[in-house]
Design a protein around this ligand. Sequence first.
Ligand code: SAH
Length: 468
Amino acid sequence: MRLFPLFADLKGRRVLVVGGGPVAERKVKSLLASGALVTVGAPETTEALKQLQAQDRIEWLCNNFQPDWLADVWLVVAATDDRELNRQIAALANERRLFINVVDDPELSSFQVPSIVDRSPLTIAISSAGSAPVLARRVRERIETLFDHTLGSLATLAAKYRSAIRQARPELRPRREFYDWLLDGPVAAALRGQQPEQAQQLLEEALQQPQATVTGKVLLVGAGPGDPGLLTLKALRALNEADVILYDRLVDEPILELARRDAEQISVGKAPGEDHNATQARIHALMLERAQQGQLVVRLKGGDAFVFGRGGEELEFLRQHQVPYEVVPGITAALACAAYSGIPLTHRDHAQSVRLVTAHCRQDTMLEDWPALAQPRQTLAFYMGVSQLDWLAGQLILHGRSGQTPFAIVENGTRSSQRVLQGTLENMARLALQHNIKAPSLLLIGEVTALAPKLEWFGASIRTDKTD
Ligand code: SAH
């Protein structure tokens, strides 16, 4: 973040606006609206500014810029069309440690004025840090249409009842739920229907209801494969409501950034040297402890929690300890990597089924069903397979799958660093080594992977043939 956003209370504080044209006029009006005492300094001004002066609503210094104008002000706006003069004013203001905005000149400004959506007392400010004001305005237009004008009345109502709400809902979570209800429920509806008295009455009635006892809960949430755009709306909501978030190593920073600011975030990925069972026991203990304290625990996992995510084990544990839970599915790596590399997992001409397989438990007899895995006309999606490509390819070929079967390895799927490596089964291990393929990577095997060159649309691909 290049600029620190802040909302200034200018009520009763003097602000100097240098310049008297239409741009200055606009700034003066918005400064007056927030209660500032405004001095305009300019040899000539617009009619509207003259009128404001005649009504004693602004002070007008009818002159060219004088340095002593800066003496008693909190903030400066320079709105002259003379860049050299603006530069001088900016230099003097900086010397005095006064914040200055030079209109449309981020380089000379020490503060900038955002585009705003006004639903007073609720104000939404948008800034592009001066780099693209037009873009900020476009965003503003979109936001304008998102929030209807009753939001302002709702905010006023909430302000009026703020301490009553705090008293009636002393604990944080019920209070948040109350505000959710206020925003989404009948009170907002009454305001939209222009029935402010009814809205107020509904709010008062709701406050009479006793606060429900706080019980902890765990939400087992799939975070998807990496691209934050692939979170579900429910996952986003969970991140916004969580008291504490226990997240895995596969969950990236851009997703955690979407969480409520004051939610506690705890990384519960495997510690160096720690074995999987110790990690799992630690996670179980932490979930239980926090839920028993009445917290809303979000257990956030990469992809989907029920696909090679040990989500089942975690729920068994919670059920055993009578902790309530909910599950929010996520987009699993196989679906996401296939989509982001242009590989349809099934296709009428090539594959009638798809199997999600873990290559992790090599000794596991489950995986020894090689004859079935080597069947044609199916797509195999191997999770956690990059470290044993040699063995995987060897077994499949040994059990009858052709060495010419195409494969795709999707590394860092859906992230900006995504790479897709393609080739045939017999060359797979060598190619992956040659191109230094690393985890997390998903391995897709089957005829459908040959469609990628035709259908790809995202990121970089490495295509190879036998001569490679
Ligand atoms: N629950 C997760 C899978 C966890 S197992 C899910 O549903 O996706 C971890 C394996 O998932 C990794 O070894 C890799 O094979 C795969 N994986 C997860 N995210 C990936 C990504 N962004 N790109 C490629 N593979 C990924």
